[in-house]
Design a protein around this ligand. Structure first.
Ligand SMILES: Nc1ncnc2c1ncn2[C@@H]1O[C@H](COP(=O)(O)OP(=O)(O)OP(=O)(O)O)[C@@H](O)[C@H]1O
Length: 270
């Protein structure tokens, strides 16, 4: 594995309103590896991903993609960098009124000067790579059913064949363990741990008696991976007030604001 990462996140901090959603995040992703980002609901996974693709800017820190800090780029410079990577949404994000082949051709038509016959060939190659060449003229709705289970294997195959670098956010643990080379776990806006898949497998498979000797962090990771009802995550929830549990770190802020909201409403009623 080369020393320099293709994606280098350093000291990223993101604040929404008064809530610190990401706090000093560091992450390196190396060429050809699949990095799975995990974490509880609201831990900041989507926000981190959105910062990494330049769709939102952090208050602090840098994100280097292919050696370029994208945090300082303007929209047209960002679009140049964006040509080097793809974004796949859970829902597919395909144009439903266009065939599969037309969907794949679109970015090539929009962003390159390639002749139509070259684009045709490229589309066929791309579809063959993902096992969809025979479905080229179908519409997205005609092929979506039953494809989900194949996506994991597809990612593993493509990563091997093309040496693609991937960052995946998922809640599905089976999927995470199938595709990941390394995994990163976010917890309440902080990067808890970035480790090999084997490390996380070891955490997940540690028997309860042995797990009791582990650090709080390892026990938290173990509970998260196993989805166990008991453990440090549950304890933390039980120890927090209902308000904190409901509103997270924003609870304090909202509490401060509540009187003014109430006042405004009262005034409106009068
Ligand atoms: N545009 C926004 N404005 C205000 N708060 C936001 C915004 N986007 C995200 N947040 C808040 O930031 C926190 C982290 O959200 P984020 O969506 O990154 O979490 P997540 O780990 O992806 O969660 P999930 O697994 O539920 O999708 C949450 O408290 C969320 O409410």
């Amino acid at each position: 594995m080369p020393k320099e990462p293709v994606i280098k996140v350093r000291g990223v901090k993101k604040i929404f309103g008064e809530q610190v959603v990401l706090d000093g995040i560091n992450l390196d992703v190396y060429e050809g590896e699949t990095m799975v980002v995990m974490g509880g609901s609201g831990s900041g996974k989507s926000t981190l991903l959105r910062i990494m693709i330049g769709s939102i800017r952090p208050e602090e820190g840098s994100v280097e993609l292919f050696g370029k800090n994208i945090v300082d780029l303007d929209e047209s410079e960002l679009n140049e960098v964006r040509k080097k990577f793809g974004i796949l949404f859970q829902s597919g994000a395909l144009f439903n009124s266009m065939t599969i082949a037309e969907n794949v051709a679109l970015p090539l038509q929009e962003h390159t000067d390639l002749a139509p016959e070259i684009i045709d060939i490229q589309v066929k190659i791309k579809l063959e790579l993902v096992g969809l060449r025979e479905h080229a003229d179908k519409y997205p709705a005609q092929i979506s059913g039953g494809m989900n289970a194949e996506i994991d294997q597809l990612m593993v195959d493509l990563s091997k064949k093309l040496h693609v670098t991937s960052i995946v956010v998922t809640h599905e643990m089976d999927s995470a363990f199938t595709i990941a080379d390394r995994m990163a776990m976010l917890d309440k806006g902080k990067m808890l741990v970035v480790e090999s898949r084997e490390y996380f497998e070891q955490m997940r498979d540690t028997p309860l008696e042995q797990a009791k000797q582990m650090s709080q962090t390892d026990q938290l990771i173990r509970q998260f991976l196993r989805g166990d009802p008991e453990g440090p995550i549950t304890k933390r929830k039980e120890d927090s007030s209902y308000e904190e549990d409901l509103l997270g770190t924003g609870a304090e802020t909202l509490r401060e604001k509540t009187p003014s909201i109430v006042t405004t409403r009262a005034k409106a009623i009068q």
